[in-house]
Design a protein. Structure first.
Length: 311
């Protein structure tokens, strides 16, 4: 078989595997669903193997498909990188990069890094989205993701770098503390107005508390005077004197430094969820992805006062 024949249908196969759908792949590739389905069928016929298990509800790779996908996705990424290497401006990042960030943390700490970098690299075209819910970089074609929390074991197709754990503290405004007194222990919080993060289901998020055993953590729901479904909104309410809250340090560093908020109950401060930068391994060799990834990893690990290991 001529080597060029081996490449036919590979890009279609990889796109279907990435998105888990013939229809989604057809939209991404600007083809009809029929053309995508036939392309995969021809590839399976040539290989003499089934690459996908098809049911009415889902499309999944077979064991042979998983093995073939790992090789094909790597080859396609290598081809794209090689094409870029032919240009004399290879080391100048250019083109589109998709990035997804947690809403408040992304706006306050990650977006400024990206915008500053863009001033020096005008050919780069990031597409930045903000999502607090889980996103799948592979299925959604996102190059770089910053996430608070994550799985115990990351999928093989994703690279990841731990950048620190959130540090949760209690704080309130000087005016509130003057009027209502300063809580001295956890039991005192029951007599104070609590401002919590409100979830979409109408339930306030629990606060992180130390457990009975050393190193043990518990999540406890507090009677809330006010629940707001946005971290920056919670901070605004507490600055205005509406109560006590528990927030990560990265969200209130500016207010603590200015005196707009005062930390209380420092002995009850706790570490929270881990924070990670995550990326698609098959895309990390591309100059536009690698350059921005390096900048984010350096900036987020060395911004010293945000996260627990660096407090």
């Amino acid at each position: 078989m001529h080597s060029s024949e081996r490449l036919k249908g590979i890009d279609v196969f990889v796109c279907v595997a990435d998105l888990g759908s013939f229809a989604a792949a057809a939209q991404r590739l600007n083809l009809t669903s029929s053309a995508v389905s036939k392309g995969v069928a021809r590839l399976e016929a040539r290989l003499g193997l089934r690459l996908f298990e098809r049911t009415t509800r889902r499309l999944a790779l077979t064991d042979a498909g998983q093995t073939f996908y790992k090789t094909c996705s790597r080859v396609l990424a290598d081809l794209e990188a090689s094409e870029l290497a032919l240009h004399e401006d290879y080391f100048e990042p250019r083109g589109r990069v998709r990035i997804d960030l947690p809403a408040a943390y992304g706006r306050l700490h990650v977006l400024p890094v990206i915008l500053d970098y863009l001033k020096r690299h005008p050919q780069l075209q990031p597409h930045v989205s903000f999502t607090d819910s889980f996103v799948n970089p592979t299925e959604q074609g996102i190059d770089i993701v910053v996430r608070i929390g994550g799985p115990d074991v990351w999928p093989e197709d994703l690279g990841h770098q731990f950048i620190g754990a959130q540090r949760f503290i209690f704080c309130a405004s000087p005016g509130y503390l003057q009027a209502r007194g300063t809580p001295l222990d956890e039991a005192d919080l029951q007599a104070h107005d609590c401002v919590v993060y409100g979830q979409p289901d109408g339930v306030g998020s629990p606060w992180h508390m130390t457990g009975m055993q050393p190193g043990e953590m518990e999540r406890r729901f507090m009677p809330a005077r006010l629940a707001i479904g946005d971290g920056e909104g919670v901070v605004q309410a507490v600055v205005q004197g509406l109560g006590v809250t528990q927030v990560p340090t990265w969200l209130v560093n500016q207010q603590l430094e200015s005196g707009a908020l005062i930390e209380v109950l420092p002995h009850l401060a706790t570490d929270g969820l881990p924070m990670n930068v995550v990326w698609l391994k098959k895309r990390e060799a591309l100059p536009r992805v690698r350059a921005l990834l390096d900048v984010l990893l350096y900036a987020l690990r060395t911004d010293g006062h945000r996260l627990a290991p660096y407090d």
